[in-house]
Ligand binder design. Structure first.
Ligand code: HEM
Length: 201
């Protein structure tokens, strides 16, 4: 265990995590290039990128509980990187939607945002994510002050709830909720742990 904790502090640990976080994208590029994405590759790619955004979001929310429960403070140095990967996959998901579904036609996308509630909610989550990514540097903490910065970054839970609603609404049309329920369970656990910590204090 001591060995593992020391390994987490090695200079190579962050680049290694970065490479691991790029694996889903590498797989999707490989699958697209070798025709493994099924009958509708554009839809499969867009959906897979949405799911990976949600998975990285769950991972980002899990860093602090894991750090506290396993008494491994070294894990804190990876939180920002995982958070930035959430924004990265969300941007790719948005670009896939913009390119494949709307041919980068901005008025058509704005119409979608106004007319389709699940797109509106996803866009809201994405804008919040961008705000969090833009203020993730040390300089932003100094500029905002620690208390305001912490309050702003608590909105990552709002991002999680909006993402879940986006997913739920999208699947509601197909009456297919099994996968949504799994992510709802994971996010409820992570949010519940957080609320329990606040209540204990
Ligand atoms: C934090 C932000 C977001 C997350 C976590 C997210 C996540 C997801 C997930 C999990 C799915 C369902 C995938 C599946 O059924 O397998 C999905 C679908 C979809 N998302 Fe997002 N999304 C986000 C933002 C956005 C934004 C900003 C847009 C567009 C403006 C968008 C457009 C779509 C569309 C069009 C689909 C349905 C694709 C289809 O029917 O094939 N999403 N998203």
């Amino acid at each position: 265990m001591v060995l593992t904790r020391a390994a987490l502090l090695r200079p190579g640990a962050k680049p290694l995590l970065g490479l691991l976080c790029l694996l889903p994208l590498a797989w999707l590029v490989f699958a697209a290039a070798t025709d493994r994405l099924g009958a509708n590759p554009a839809e499969a790619l867009e959906r897979a990128l949405g799911l990976w955004t949600l998975r990285f979001l769950c991972l980002a929310l899990a860093v602090t509980p894991l750090r506290v429960l396993s008494a491994t403070p070294q894990l804190a140095r990876f939180r920002r990187m995982v958070g930035l990967f959430v924004a990265f996959y969300a941007l790719l998901h948005l670009l896939a939607y913009a390119g494949f579904d709307r041919g980068f036609d901005v008025p058509a996308m704005l119409h979608d945002i106004a007319q389709r509630p699940f797109i509106f909610v996803g866009t809201l989550a994405f804008v919040l994510l961008l705000l969090l990514a833009a203020t993730s540097l040390q300089a932003a903490i100094r500029w905002l002050g620690a208390a305001r910065w912490r309050a702003l970054h608590r909105s990552v839970y709002a991002v999680a709830l909006l993402s879940l609603l986006h997913f739920f609404w999208m699947r509601a049309g197909k009456h297919n909720f099994a996968e949504v329920a799994v992510y709802a369970g994971v996010i409820a656990l992570l949010l519940g742990w957080r609320l329990w910590q606040v209540a204990r204090r």
